[in-house]
Design a protein around this ligand. Sequence first.
Ligand SMILES: Cc1cc2nc3c(=O)[nH]c(=O)nc-3n(C[C@H](O)[C@H](O)[C@H](O)COP(=O)(O)OP(=O)(O)OC[C@H]3O[C@@H](n4cnc5c(N)ncnc54)[C@H](O)[C@@H]3O)c2cc1C
Length: 322
Amino acid sequence: MDEQCDILMIGGGMAGLSAATALAAAGQRIIVLDKGRGPGGRMAARRAEIGGAQVGFDHGAQYFTARDAAFREAVAAWEAAGVAARWPAAGTDAWVGTPGMNACVKAMAEALDVRWGLRAERLERSGAVWRIATGDQSFTAATVLVAVPAEQAAVLLAEPAPELATLAGNVPSAPCWAVMAGFDARLPVAADTYRSDTGPVSWAARNSAKPGRGGVETWVIHASPARSRELIDLPKHEVAEILLADFFAATGAAPAVPQHLDAHRWLYALPQALRGEGARFDAALRIGITGDYLHSPRVEGAWLSGRALAQAVLQERVASTS
Ligand SMILES: Cc1cc2nc3c(=O)[nH]c(=O)nc-3n(C[C@H](O)[C@H](O)[C@H](O)COP(=O)(O)OP(=O)(O)OC[C@H]3O[C@@H](n4cnc5c(N)ncnc54)[C@H](O)[C@@H]3O)c2cc1C
């Protein structure tokens, strides 16, 4: 039998959980589905064992800024809860999740009804309600909200909401190969961060230097969009070796043999933002979309987009009951 709720959110990354938090606070019974095994989305953290020690890598978003007043309030609450801290190495207004980048998303998820490991495969309008099918389970909801990357939203919405699908489909994303490397000694790289707008490595960070990490020397290396596209279909172990060599060449550090080396391919890493849209809610069909691609390609943009969608849903609800 289908499980019922007022609102079903598909996608439990920063945008989906920002919207779900605001909607749950307004008394809506909301269930969030996420295909991932645990919290993070593109703010993911991965664990590895290196020389007997448990080590974490932030292989997606590296840090975030907080410029909007409402987002600054949310970040202050995360800081007070011990799940976010400033990281001056990345800038005066740079924050990270602690002990991993996914900590803020995890804290938000813990206050909500989130079902991990469930991928929404099909959305259908059945009378006045939505029916959402995953591989194992189905849900019905009066309202459905979609908080997945633009390309994936376009596929999911193609039949049930073609207008929203077109909107999402018009925002292509750049890919990013991320390398995670651990070493048995500190690398001779003075700064904890490296950036380049022109080279094959766009960003590298000494992950172990972020607040709340420490221990084994670890680095996360991100390839530029151009380099990521060149390497897009290579096996990850080859990509890891190539980008590690690019990193040593870029920083001028003498190459060292890593104790741990892995890579992850983000196919939809950074969308080309549609500024000003924020979020979109179709009040007639009772379906909406949110995500960084509707605001700006950043953690803060995802949070603000989620909040904008929650406001649109709640305003419409007030209008329809008055
Ligand atoms: C390599 C990389 C580096 C970055 N660096 C930075 C940075 O330094 N600073 C910064 O501010 N931002 C950075 N970003 C961007 C930032 O991570 C994103 O803007 C933000 O996390 C997007 O949140 P979101 O909720 O819109 O999407 P996501 O985090 O992608 O969340 C979408 C969620 O939907 C789930 N999902 C997808 N399809 C389905 C389905 N069919 N059913 C159920 N669940 C589904 C996914 O599992 C995921 O959890 C980076 C991103 C990447 C990939």
